[in-house]
Design a binder for this molecule. Structure first.
Ligand SMILES: [Fe+2]
Length: 190
């Protein structure tokens, strides 16, 4: 069973209209007991150098951020979400999973994400690696050089040094560095 040291791993390869990523989306379950409240969630993640920049709810329209990774930490309600498919991609694209209070999902720059269905009280904190760029939110269908620029941003976005739950020795930097090394090696082989 996945734990915070062993998060669920979801791959979102590039689609026609979303850069997505060669690094996986990581989902951590039950990192904070649901009854401990939003302060405990914020305290835990901010202690690991990810900063809260907003509180949002259900977002039905898929978007991506090309300049920063993002962590979603539900603070009330629950949701079914879709990662790895823009609004303009084929519906068969992407991965689906559920999130509730106590879970967190972290996605690398470029990965499209939205909510398919949420409880009315669904709210989450959006947290970002300290010092990372302000999130550019892309909701539109970009093509040609504009899209290529977003893909390039996402592929060159620095890997965070801190895991939002376990810090420097946590799974995120390790898993993402390994994935980046594998992607670079397969690029060289072509
Ligand atoms: Fe987002």
């Amino acid at each position: 069973m996945p734990t915070s040291s062993n998060p669920e791993v979801y791959w979102t390869p590039p689609s026609v209209y979303a850069p997505n990523s060669l690094l996986p989306v990581l989902v951590y379950r039950n990192v904070v007991p649901a009854d401990q409240g939003q302060d405990a969630i914020q305290k835990l993640i901010e202690a690991n150098h990810w900063e809260k920049r907003g509180v949002w709810g259900h977002i039905a329209h898929a978007h991506y951020h090309s300049l920063t990774a993002e962590c979603y930490a539900p603070i009330s309600g629950s949701t079914k979400c879709l990662y790895g498919a823009s609004k303009y991609d084929d519906e068969s694209q992407g991965v689906r999973f559920e999130m509730k209070v106590g879970d967190i999902a972290v996605h690398p720059a470029g990965v499209a994400h939205c909510n398919l269905e949420s409880t009315e009280d669904y709210r989450y904190f959006g947290l970002y690696p300290e010092g990372s760029s302000k999130a550019d939110s892309v909701y539109t269908r970009l093509e040609g050089p504009q899209f290529a620029a977003k893909v390039n941003n996402a592929r060159t976005c620095p890997i965070p040094e801190w895991d939002p739950i376990e810090g420097k020795n946590g799974p995120l930097p390790r898993i993402w560095r390994e994935a980046a090394a594998k992607a670079a090696a397969s690029d060289c082989a072509i």
